[in-house]
Design a protein around this ligand. Structure first.
Ligand code: HEM
Length: 596
């Protein structure tokens, strides 16, 4: 048992013992208590009489008792000056004689009930197994797990021990089941206030940080279409971005590394791929980033970002990352004022600022109380952050797993080579710029079962977002039922975690093994549950907006790499994930060799 929660339980036990002792003492010894609590400065006679009165009916005031015994207090006693020796407060003729003892007893009983008996035995949450002995009465234990970065693993261990629903704190549950997921994430549950501390940029709300579902749904409707699978598959902008980022920026680096026999840390490389991809979709290729061409600047950006992630919204305000994002957005504004007929800078292809234009125009048509510039910047910063890190981590773990299995790489290459046109680099088109080479359609790549299984299995075992996604139970008069636990009141923090869901052995046998074939040959009747519990992007109304974008990009990048190269591990020290909200390899590296 941790020292602090243990101490808490000890103190609680001590408190209960003392309170019960006080209670019993007051009940059983009331008649023998000598009346020593009042020092009477007037006369001995008064002292004796009050003692008799007090023993027989302790709640009456002194005045009541004098009236009852004598009609009215003797002259001089109206100004009686008494001092209670327990609380040292003056006692007048209107003071209840022994209120103090009753107050202590009654309030002790009340406090014991409220803070001990109710949470452990009578609350609707009391039926839920406790993840820790102190969970019903204190948040200290779970908060300590959070601060120590152990929340994800602790919750996993708690579910393994106690089943699908566990109590993490006096007002907090964790849920690990299909029915629980459905209730929480497709119902009327709103986000917990925790989000607004970490995901709101520029002090202005965005999709991830908004607590309430209504303004969230309004803004999500503005963006859903341009992030839908069909739109992305057909988008000529995405096609141009893909060719530019892959064949003009990424492949020259990999080609150089492979021909020189050098090793390369693929984590920052594929984070840069993610950033160049997503920023070009947000701002167009003219104003998107070109970090693959500027890897030293990218390292500085990543260092700043590591700091940014752990700052409060207050401390992030006006810092490096927010200023950088605002500058990207301001360039779009400046651009509107310019004559845009001249060709773009050194970028050979000019795509539209799909997301920026869509959001800016929609907010202009339907403004709310946020300043438009900051509302756009706040939203787009989340896309830049989510877009580079999660995809970079996923590609890194795909390459980590494939690098351990050369046979599987060969198998994958065999299904990639028939794609038409091939994803080969340098292009087989004579004399053509490699980035102008046509590419297979995203739909064709998406439909490859082996590639799909590899991506899914990696997102299952190495999910970049393993942590709980907290919501709050709504205020229904009869409470909410979650996975058989009923009458759960409003305002309870509830969450599920992809890390734990993805390790349910009934759904994913041998869950700690990376086995893409489980998706290709699931047992009879298994695939539905496997898909329902597959939760890298969350689910329901607050599900990831960029899931289709991410999958399209990841599949394309992996397909292009393994069409052209084999990979092997040079250094994977620290490859285990850190289990932060976006979970990276602890060592921040995976060093690979590429073999043509
Ligand atoms: C492998 C890649 C990705 C993973 C695993 C991932 C995961 C997630 C998850 C789990 C959520 C839900 C958070 C919650 O409910 O609390 C989320 C939300 C979100 N993600 Fe992603 N994401 C990925 C890529 C992206 C990309 C590429 C973008 C943008 C281009 C993006 C933008 C967003 C946004 C805007 C939200 C908030 C959606 C909303 O509240 O409606 N994500 N993401």
């Amino acid at each position: 048992m941790d020292t602090l929660p243990g101490l808490l339980v000890f103190c609680a036990g001590f408190y209960v013992t003392i309170s019960i002792w006080l209670l019993l003492k007051s009940v059983f010894t009331a008649r023998q208590i000598p009346f020593t609590n009042l020092e009477i400065h007037t006369s001995r006679e008064v002292d004796d009489r009050i003692m008799i009165l007090e023993e027989s009916a302790p709640t009456k005031t002194l005045q009541d008792w004098w009236s009852c015994m004598h009609g009215k207090p003797p002259r001089g006693l109206e100004d009686l000056s008494l001092t209670c020796t327990i609380c040292l407060q003056p006692v007048t003729m209107n003071s209840p004689v022994h209120t103090l003892r009753f107050t202590i007893v009654i309030s002790s009983v009340g406090l014991i009930y409220k803070h001990l008996l109710y949470p452990y035995w009578f609350s609707p949450l009391a039926k839920v197994p406790n993840a820790h002995v102190s969970a019903p009465i204190s948040t200290t234990w779970i908060e300590r797990q959070r601060t120590a970065g152990k929340e994800v693993l602790t919750i996993y261990a708690a579910h393994q021990k106690h089943g699908p629903v566990v109590r993490l704190g006096p007002n907090e549950l964790s849920v690990n089941s299909i029915t629980g997921l459905k209730t929480i994430y497709t119902g009327a549950f709103e986000k917990h206030s925790w989000y607004s501390d970490f995901f709101v940029n520029f002090h202005v709300d965005n999709l991830v940080g908004m607590a309430h579902n209504q303004p969230h749904a309004r803004q999500k409707r503005m963006l859903s279409q341009i992030y839908s699978k069909s739109f992305l598959h057909e988008s000529s902008d995405v096609r141009e971005i893909s060719r530019l980022v892959l064949f003009r920026r990424l492949f020259p680096i990999i080609h150089r590394t492979a021909t020189n026999g050098d090793a390369i840390n693929v984590l920052p490389l594929f984070q840069a791929v993610g950033m160049d991809f997503v920023s070009a979709y947000l701002f167009g290729t003219k104003h998107g980033t070109t970090y693959l061409d500027q890897l030293p600047e990218w390292s500085i950006w990543l260092e700043e970002y590591e700091r940014f992630k752990y700052l409060s919204r207050q401390d992030r305000r006006g810092g490096f990352i927010e200023t950088w994002c605002l500058a990207l957005c301001r360039k779009m504004q400046d651009d509107e004022d310019e004559d845009d007929n001249h060709p773009p800078n050194d970028i050979p292809v000019h795509t539209k600022a799909v997301v920026y234009d869509q959001l800016y125009t929609s907010l202009k048509k339907m403004p709310d109380d946020r300043p438009i510039d900051l509302a756009v910047a706040s939203e787009l910063l989340d896309h830049l952050v989510a877009g580079h890190e999660t995809t970079g981590v996923t590609v890194t773990y795909i390459m980590f797993e494939l690098s351990k299995q050369p046979d599987l790489q060969d198998q994958l290459r065999r299904v990639l080579l028939p794609l038409t046109p091939k994803l080969e680099y340098p292009s087989t088109m004579d004399g053509a710029e490699p980035f102008l080479a046509p590419m297979p359609s995203p739909a064709e790549i998406d439909a490859l079962p082996l590639l799909d299984a590899i991506v899914r299995e990696t997102l299952r075992l190495h999910v970049p977002t393993p942590a709980p996604l907290p919501r709050v139970t709504p205020n229904h008069p009869s409470g909410t039922t979650i996975d058989g636990f009923d009458h759960i009141p409003g305002g309870v923090r509830v969450s599920s975690s992809a890390y734990t869901l993805h390790r349910i052995p009934d759904v994913y046998p041998e869950p700690l093994e990376w086995r893409p074939e489980r998706w290709l040959n699931p047992g009879p009747g298994k695939i539905q549950d496997m898909r329902r519990i597959f939760w890298p992007f969350g689910s329901g109304g607050r599900m990831c907006l960029g899931s289709n974008f991410a999958l399209q990009e990841i599949k394309l990048v992996v397909a292009a790499i393994y069409t052209n190269y084999a990979t092997s591990i040079v250094d994977d020290e620290g490859i285990e994930q850190d289990h932060a909200f976006i979970s990276l390899p602890k060592g921040r590296k995976l060093v690979l060799n590429f073999h043509p």
